[in-house]
Design a protein around this ligand. Structure first.
Ligand SMILES: *Cc1c(COP(=O)(O)O)cnc(C)c1O
Length: 464
């Protein structure tokens, strides 16, 4: 399988080259040249199978030229052994025909662990075989940094540097980044905002000699391997509900469109996905796009579901590529318009195609609280605000009679204690390993919001 850019002007790459490159050199995103199809017999073999077995079958076609089935098998087994639930992603029944897919049993209690644990091992394996090293640099407003650090800690071929805004992340989030003792992990407390951290990371990637000297690599949500890893739980959830004989719908709390695009990929691979519901908070650019065909950025509003507070949904470019019939010059035109005027308008047939599979709902702050309370009252469990938005949107989805709908629960309530206290007037049920972590000694490096200072520090500490 080869990988091509959504903008059509970057070299065609192997799986591993796309994995290590992240963004394509023309500014586009890598996608497989074609979608591998799984037969109904393969889908039937997923009924009753464990998560790791399904992952191996679903993922191998994407990398068969580069990674042997045996190698992938070891990597998958190791990646999901660190999850705190034997099913990795258990499915829990809500009301009739509505299910919650719990994706938060990984080490940092958010669904990003599912992809990051796999991505880190695939990268480390590729680099080791090539006799290379890489330096991972990322900025975080909270969640991604912890998931990346947990995944890359102790990997032999990688140093990881995460920049976070000092004093602006929650205690749990900071401790998830600062209580590790591994020599390849470096957490930088930047005297600035999240935007400052992002600007520093961007400047380092744009500094060609620094990028080459340090072999910089990124792990943000545009990396193809992250989307790929997320397709697996669509298969495991649907198999539990009777696929391939039974179509299944999904409702997905959406920010950068990576998680829900994985659902689209599962459908292209042969899974009978009846409907995909884009669940957004008041930052509703995707819901507005589906309604009007106009993709237009606005101001970001801070909500109780911060991981979905976004203005530009980067992975939407991958869907656009599909909706245009893989017309890279058309995608380029849309992206140029977005840069120049903050908006573009999709063609009528593209919008029709999108509406055939996707719906959308916008769930505001009050509705989020209402859903959190109602799920507790009826099903005796706390859910986090992101997951509540998925549940709220699922209830607005229009699906055929008898088609079950699965809401993705993307974070554990313990990750968002403020929202939990507001909704339930009680503390979240916190897993013991998080309670233990809160008492560990912290390690971080304070640094000024100055590019030269940050670069000097990374040069001094990295082994690449
Ligand atoms: C990242 C994240 C999301 C959004 O996922 P996308 O792939 O960016 O759409 C939703 N919920 C939580 C808790 C997240 O961390």
């Amino acid at each position: 399988m080869k990988y091509i850019s959504t903008r059509g002007q970057a070299p065609r790459l192997s799986f591993e080259d796309a994995l290590l490159a992240g963004l394509a050199s023309d500014g586009g995103l890598y996608v497989p040249e074609s979608w591998p199809r799984l037969s109904d017999a393969t889908l039937r073999s997923f009924i009753g199978a464990d998560y790791a077995s399904v992952a191996k079958a679903v993922l191998h076609p994407f990398m068969a030229d580069d990674v042997s089935a045996e190698r992938l098998s070891d990597i998958v087994d190791e990646a999901y052994a660190c999850f705190n639930h034997p099913e990795v992603a258990p499915l829990v029944a809500l009301e009739d025909g509505h299910y919650l897919l719990e994706l938060f049993h990984g080490p940092t209690l958010a669904f990003k662990d599912v992809a990051m644990q796999l991505l880190a091992r695939l990268m480390d394996d590729a680099l080791t075989r090539r006799g290379q090293r890489a330096t991972i640099i990322g900025a975080t407003s909270g969640d991604t940094g912890g998931a990346a650090i947990e995944a890359f800690k102790g990997r032999a071929a990688v140093d990881i540097f995460i920049l976070y805004p000092d004093g602006r992340v929650s205690d749990v989030q900071r401790k998830q980044m600062t209580t590790l003792k591994d020599a390849n992990v470096h957490t930088l407390a930047v005297d600035g905002t999240f935007d400052d951290c992002q600007a520093l990371v961007k400047a380092m990637f744009n500094d060609v000699s620094f990028r080459q000297d340090m072999s910089l690599a990124g792990v943000n949500s545009i990396n193809w391997a992250r989307v790929m890893a997320q397709t697996v739980y669509y298969f495991t959830a649907a198999a539990k509900l009777g696929a391939p004989d039974q179509p299944v719908a999904f409702s997905v709390p959406t920010g950068n469109f990576g998680d829900i695009f994985a659902g689209y990929v599962a459908a292209q691979m042969g899974l009978p996905v009846a409907h995909l519901m884009v669940a957004t908070n008041v930052n509703d650019i995707l819901a507005r796009t589906l309604d009007s065909g106009v993709y237009q950025t606005g101001d970001v509003v801070a909500t109780s579901s911060p991981s979905m507070d976004i203005q530009v949904s980067s992975n939407f470019e991958r869907l656009l590529f599909e909706l245009t019939g893989r017309d890279a010059s058309r995608v380029r035109g849309y992206m140029d318009a977005l840069t120049q005027s903050g908006r573009f308008e999709m063609a009528g047939d593209e919008l029709t195609l999108m509406r055939a599979l996707f719906g959308a709902a916008r769930i505001d702050q009050q509705q989020t609280l209402d859903v959190m309370r109602q799920v507790k009252a009826e099903h005796h469990m706390q859910i986090d605000p992101h997951s509540a938005i998925g549940v709220g949107a699922a209830r607005q989805a229009v699906v055929a009679d008898g088609v079950p709908i699965v809401s993705l629960a993307t974070a554990h309530p313990a990750k968002f204690p403020k929202a939990v206290v507001e909704a339930y007037d009680e503390q979240p049920d916190t897993p013991q390993r998080v309670v233990d972590m809160l008492t560990l000694e912290e390690n971080f490096i304070p640094v000024a919001n100055k590019l030269a200072d940050v670069q000097a520090l990374i040069r001094a500490k990295a082994q690449a």
